[in-house]
Design a protein around this ligand. Sequence first.
Ligand SMILES: [Zn+2]
Length: 262
Amino acid sequence: MWIDTHCHLDASEFDADRAAVASAARDAQVSRIVIPAVARFNFSAVRELAHCVDGGAYVLGIHPLYAPAAQDEDLAVLRSEIHASLDDPRFVGIGEIGLDFFVPGLDAVRQREIYTAQLKMAREFDLPVICHVRKSQDSVIAELRRFNVVRGIAHAFNGSFQQADAYIAQGFKLGFGGNVTFERARRIRQLAAQLPLDALVVETDAPDIAPEWIYKGRNTPDQVPRIAAVIAAMRSLTLPQLALCTTANAHAALPRLALAQR
Ligand SMILES: [Zn+2]
C-alpha cells in the first residue's frame, strides 16, 4: 500500500471528477490520502471529504499563504475545531502550516505569529504538524525547536543535506513528490536517493507539482507509485520495499494515521 501524505483533494481542480480521482488512487494501491486544510474556509470541506473518500484523512491548519489575511478569531476557531476533532480517527494532525519567504509581499511577521500560534496548539494537543517550507528552512526548524514540536512532515522538501539532517534530528520526515521525476532537479534527486530511508515519505501535493510525464497538467494521487518508482530505482530498492518503508515512516510521522479507520 501507498500513502499520499499531502493531497489537496478539495481543490476546485477536482470538482468535476473528485470521486473518480479518489477511486483511481485506490486502484493504484494508494490506500490512504492525507488532505491538508489551508484556512478556516476549508476546515469543514477537508473533514467531510476525508470521511467520504476511502482511506481519507485530514489535518487542520492555516497555510502561510493565508496567514496574512487570517484573523485572531480564525486561530480560536482552529483551536476549537482541533479539540472537536480529537475523537475523529480520520483527523491526524495540524497543517498545512509553516513559512513562505518565496512569494513576494507576504507579511513575514504575521506569518510567524500564525505559525507559532499553531505550534503551541501542536504542543497543547500533542499532535504532529505538516509544514510548508519555502525559502524558510532555517526559520521553520528554529520554531519547531523553540516550541518542542517533535513529530511531523516537512512537505515538498527542498533544502540542503544539512537542513534535512536538522529536520530528521527534530523527529521529522521529509516529503518527496513530483519534483524527483525531473532530471534537472539534481539536489532533490540526490536527497531522495541518499537520505536515510527512514526519513522519507511520499506525496503528490495534487493538483500541484505534477511529475515530468504530466508536466503542466493536473497532478493526481494515483501518481504516487509511479513517482515512488523513480525513487526506488535511484535507491536500488524494489517498489514493495519502498512502499513498506514509506508507509511505516508516514505512520511514525502521523501516528493517528496508523489508528485511523480505513
Ligand atoms: Zn500543500
